[in-house]
Ligand binder design. Structure first.
Ligand code: QAP
Ligand code: CO
Length: 174
């Protein structure tokens, strides 16, 4: 089932998500619906809070070397904890909850995270590049943060201007 994605400035997006304690059918259904929603909206990452569920869950599905977004590469992350963050990199980010806006964000270059899979099994990933960026972007959602909070003052003003202009156009159409 494709779920509705909450978008800026929905207050729910600023909530801090809670740890998952039960790895049951309901969790699996949520993960499956999140995947369907992310694919339907052309995303590469999605956190549960973006579909209104305040649980520490996100998914990431990057394209492979052939440029194919293969479900075999889907990563489901529950209760993540960063064990290492090193270096610095800048990547142009977007977010399904901030549609149509993309901006450079500075993050750690290499990360190591410890997390649980859909069965509650403990896992680890150490990575860099786009996957490291995606893990940090999605993890921020669990603490109620959006990437637009990490951009510089002038870029934030540019975002607010674009957002207000879009909102005005929408009101005009009514
Ligand atoms: C987070 O972002 C991310 O504005 C996932 O109109 C960002 O899937 C991971 C999207 C940067 C790594 C690097 C955004 C789709 C999708 C839009 C997304 C839009 C349609 C964003
Ligand atoms: Co996002």
């Amino acid at each position: 089932m494709v779920l509705e994605i909450l978008s800026y400035p929905n207050k729910k997006l600023y909530e801090v998500s809670k740890e998952v304690e039960t790895f049951d059918e309901e969790l699996h259904k949520l993960l499956d619906d999140m995947y369907e929603t992310m694919i339907a909206k052309d995303g590469i990452g999605l956190a549960a809070i973006q579909v209104g569920v305040a649980k520490r869950i996100f998914i990431v599905n990057l394209s492979n070397e052939e440029g194919v977004q293969d479900k075999a590469d889907l990563i489901e992350i529950i209760n993540p904890e960063f064990e290492l963050k090193v270096g610095e990199c800048v990547y142009q980010e977007g977010c399904l909850s901030v549609p149509g806006f993309y901006e450079d964000v500075k993050r750690a270059e290499r990360v190591k995270i410890k997390f649980q899979d859909r069965f509650g099994q403990e896992r680890q990933i150490e990575t860099d590049g786009l996957l490291a960026v995606a893990l940090q972007h999605e993890n921020d959602h669990l603490d109620g943060h959006l990437f637009i909070e990490k951009i510089g003052y002038n870029k934030r003003k540019k975002f607010e201007k674009e957002y207000k202009s879009k909102k005005n156009k929408k009101e005009h159409r009514l």
